[in-house]
Each structure stands twice: as C-alpha cells, then as structure tokens.
Design a protein around this ligand. Structure first.
Ligand code: CP3
Length: 340
C-alpha cells in the first residue's frame, strides 16, 4: 500500500509529501464528462459500480489517496428533504426546511438507507485492493443546513442566520438532527472500509468565531469526538476559516484544512503541531502557467518545512475547466520536490 497519505495524517515520517485534490473526480476530466453524457450525477452516486469507476478515474494522475465519489447532500433525501441538481444552478431544494414544523418532520435515518454509498465503498476497496487509501466523507451540519434552509446555494445566508439568531431552539434542533445523522453515516463508512474521513464544512467561514462557538461548535464536536474514537484519521475542512482555526481544532479532527488565504506556517502554528494540516494551493493557480503555479506550491512546501503531518491539497475543490496536464504536473512537482 502507498501509505504516505495515512502516515502524514498520523504525523509520521513520509518518503514524500502526499498529494490529493478535493473534487479530483469531476468535470475537468474527459472520462468523467463522457460518463456524465450517459448518466445524471445522482445516477453516478447511486450506482456503486459507476461511483467506483469515477472514484478510480483520477488515480492514474498519481494522487496518494482516492476519495469516494458521492455528494455531501445525499443523506438529506432520505431524511425527508429531496433535491435535484439543476443545470447551471447547483443543488435545489424545492421545499426549504425553514420552520420548526419542517425541522421536526426530518427523520434521523439509519445509514442503511444510504446502502448504495456503503456498497460503493466496498466495491472501491475491492478494486484498489490495498494499493491506496480511500477517503470517506460527509458534510458538516452548518454546510448541510445552509442548503436545506436557503433551498440551494446562497450569497448572504440571510434565511439561515434569521433562524440561527431568531429561532435559536429550532436552529439547534436542526443541527442536532444533522449531527446525529452524519455521525452514524461516517461510522458506517468506516465500518464499510473507509481508511480516513473528511468532514466538509465548506461554508462555515461565514460565521464569526464567537458565533461558531455559540451555534455550531458543539454539533461538529458531537460528530468528530465519536468518529475519532473509531480509529481512522479525521480531516476537518472549511474555507474562509482564517479566524476560526482554533475553534475548529477544539471541535475535533486530526488534520485541519487550510485554504489559500491562511499562510500555511501561521495556520499550522495556530492549530498546533499536535495536528496535521492539509492544503493550501489556490485552485485557480492550476489555470496559470505551470511555472507560476509551481512557484506558489514551492512557497507552501517551504512553509511546511518537511515537518511531519503535511498533506498537499488545494484550498478548495478543483474547478471544472482545469487543464488535466496542469493537475498531473503539480502532483509530480510536489512529489519530486519533497523526496526525503
Ligand atoms: O472530491 C471528489 O472527487 C468526490 C466527490 C464530491 C462531490 N461533491 C461530487 C460532485 C465531493 C467530495 C463533494 C462534496 C460537496 N458537494 C461539497 C463540499 C465540497 C466543496 O466543494 O465545498 C458541496 C458544497 C457539495 C454540494 C454540491 N454538489 C454543489 C454545490 C454542487 C454543484 C457544484 C457545481 O460546480 O456545479 C454539487 C454537484 C457535484 N458533486 C459535482 C460533483 C463532481 C458537479 C459535477 C456534475 O454536475 O457532474
């Protein structure tokens, strides 16, 4: 097994810095676009053989981990909040969950209701037969709630914050339900064979640190304290979180995700060297001439200073139009420059 990714998660010495990219399976790859001609995104997610095929597509680029092909929104459908991926708009919930009655109607599901995800994990594990670790994942309560309450992507999160500030008991009831579903779902992913878990709190940078501690932190901790006890490494990721790093670390996770706005050395010092860090190249640099992107990657590697516990990644997901050869050359560059 190429275990440099798992070793870095545990802050053990590695032969080279591990690299993977969020959204490494996706539209920038011609093979993915070809499959999407024939299937909807939800079909890919719900058919274990197809989810497996997509998961494996980027591995030939030389990444050090596979990430399960699924979506953070999948658990919301059986909870009672169906959605669709509308063309060009992203996810849409036609009936937003924005009242106490609608929150009360959401079901705390058993992970068996997402059996297709668990079957995809088993299929992928069989196919990669111990060669690479597999990352499982889920969305964090704040980020999931943003889609549920707003009905889709949002610019200002105004409806969401209206509930958070104005109907705080409804807010906490929603967060508690989401946290319990995610906790069970991640446990089930680990039981199915996931070697590592990443919790995506992509939009939590919207909150001040005080509000994070008041309205969100305990719910993330409910998930991460339990999942960490299952014995696989946990990556806690968000964007726009420069001001939240200490509060996120308190909520849990072995590795904290840093986006490109946080200098890696400062971020690492603040989360503490008893944690690993993941990041943090600006995804748009993969559009730049490789020499320009490599210059920034080298700055990140210099800030990591070969300390044990750095996982090279982007600060957020790969963008759809990214040139595949730039992705490949970045992976090779990081491996070459960090040979121990
Ligand atoms: O990283 C991977 O390769 C694994 C697959 C993965 C997907 N979604 C597949 C997907 C992962 C890890 C996610 C997580 C996810 N989904 C997040 C958190 C990560 C992040 O980027 O912050 C969020 C917020 C979602 C919700 C979601 N799903 C949105 C907002 C969209 C539309 C985005 C867009 O650019 O159109 C999706 C659709 C989605 N999920 C795609 C993929 C590959 C788009 C591809 C397609 O339509 O075929």
């Amino acid at each position: 097994m190429n275990d440099r990714f798992l070793r870095a998660c545990r802050r053990e010495p590695v032969d080279a810095t591990p690299v993977w990219f969020m959204r490494q399976a996706g539209r920038y790859m011609p093979e993915y676009r070809a499959l999407r001609q024939k299937h909807t995104l939800l079909e890919l997610c719900k058919t274990p053989e197809l989810a497996c095929e997509v998961t494996l597509q980027p591995l030939k680029l030389g990444v050090d981990a596979a990430i399960l092909f699924a979506d953070i929104l999948l658990p919301l459908e059986p909870m009672g909040a169906p959605f669709e991926f509308a063309k060009g708009e992203g996810p849409v919930f036609h009936t937003p969950v924005d009242t106490r009655a609608k929150v009360d109607a959401l079901r705390i599901i058993d992970p068996g209701e997402l059996q297709y995800v668990l079957d995809a994990i088993k299929t992928i594990k069989r196919e990669i037969s111990g060669k690479l670790p597999l990352i499982g994942f889920a969305g964090a309560p704040f980020t999931l709630a943003s889609y549920l309450i707003e009905g889709g992507k949002s610019a200002h999160y105004a409806k969401m914050k209206k509930m958070m500030y104005g109907e705080t008991s409804t807010w906490h009831a929603l967060m508690e339900k989401l946290a319990e579903v995610v906790r069970r779902y991640l446990r089930a992913q680990i039981d199915a064979g996931a070697d590592c878990i990443q919790l995506f709190d992509s939009w939590v940078g919207q909150l001040s640190a005080d509000d994070y501690r008041t309205y969100v932190q305990r719910h993330v901790a409910h998930i991460l304290k339990d999942v960490s006890a299952a014995g696989v490494p946990v990556i806690h990721f968000g964007t726009g979180t420069y001001h939240l790093l200490e509060a996120q670390r308190e909520a849990g996770g072995d590795v904290i995700g840093l986006d490109w706005r946080t200098p890696l050395d400062e971020g690492w010092k603040r989360v503490g060297y008893d944690h690993g860090v993941q990041g943090n190249l600006d995804p748009t640099l993969l559009f730049a001439p490789p020499a320009v992107a490599q210059k920034q990657a080298q700055i990140i590697l210099d800030l990591a200073a070969k300390r044990n516990g750095h996982i090279f990644n982007l600060g957020h997901g790969i963008l759809p139009e990214t040139p595949v050869d730039h992705v490949k050359s970045m992976i090779d560059f990081v491996h070459e420059r960090t040979q121990r």
